[in-house]
Design a protein around this ligand. Sequence first.
Ligand SMILES: [Zn+2]
Length: 287
Amino acid sequence: MGLCPLHDDRKPSFIVDPGKGLFYCYGCGRGGDVIRFAELYHEMRFPHAVALLRQWRGLAPLLHETTAFYGLQLHRHSEAVTYLHERGIRSPELIEYMRIGYAPGGCLRGRLMELGYPLATLRQSGLVTTGGYDAYVRRIVFPLEGNLYGRSISPSAPPHRFLPGTKGGLYCWEQARELVEVILVEGLFDYASLWQAGFRNVTCAMGTHLNGRQFRQLCDRPRTVYLAFDADANGSGQSAAQSLACRLREQGLNVRTVLLPDRHDPNSFFLQGGDAGQFRSLLESAQ
Ligand SMILES: [Zn+2]
């Protein structure tokens, strides 16, 4: 109970029930829920009050709506499904598990504004460009913790896209962290291929460079880490793996570097007909 913020109150007449999320003022007789309070306090109409409260809740609800919307788009655009098939992604369980979606472009902004998000919020999140267009166009999208990865299906566009800010922790770390042997891969398509082949002890750093949070996660208990980075022609994946292996060993981890056939990554390994048994042999022979 306290002074009413809605009028000039001398002695406390404003009461809040946090359990029910309701307020009432014995002085001015007004009451209701948090949206009603925002309407009265900011003198705005219902949709604006809802939008304001959404904004205060941060990026999470916005990403949630975006993921759901892009999830629906995936099945409406054959080019997206074709691209997934070309990358060897076929399992509906996997698509559901990773919440894979498709950003065709030109439709997210309208959808989110319909839901009451102001354009300024959408721009701030990076989902909409400063010019007012959808930032993700013709991209397969994967929701991350507090971010959104988009892989272009057009060869002419930059392949990878993230929202501004951190890429978050290791991918689906909750599912892998209890395990004593973990396979770390570079990309989400590598993750998807391994998952589809039955490997559940996989995680992904979305690149070869681990941020501080990802590094601490990997070192949070003694475990064996298999580094299954790309065997690029220029050797960049393997040299990144070597330097990461050193840093992880300094933390007391058992690290093994998986040698994939030349110019392959786990995604292309399975795409070219590799199977779970063959990949398991690569794990066994990892140095
Ligand atoms: Zn009052």
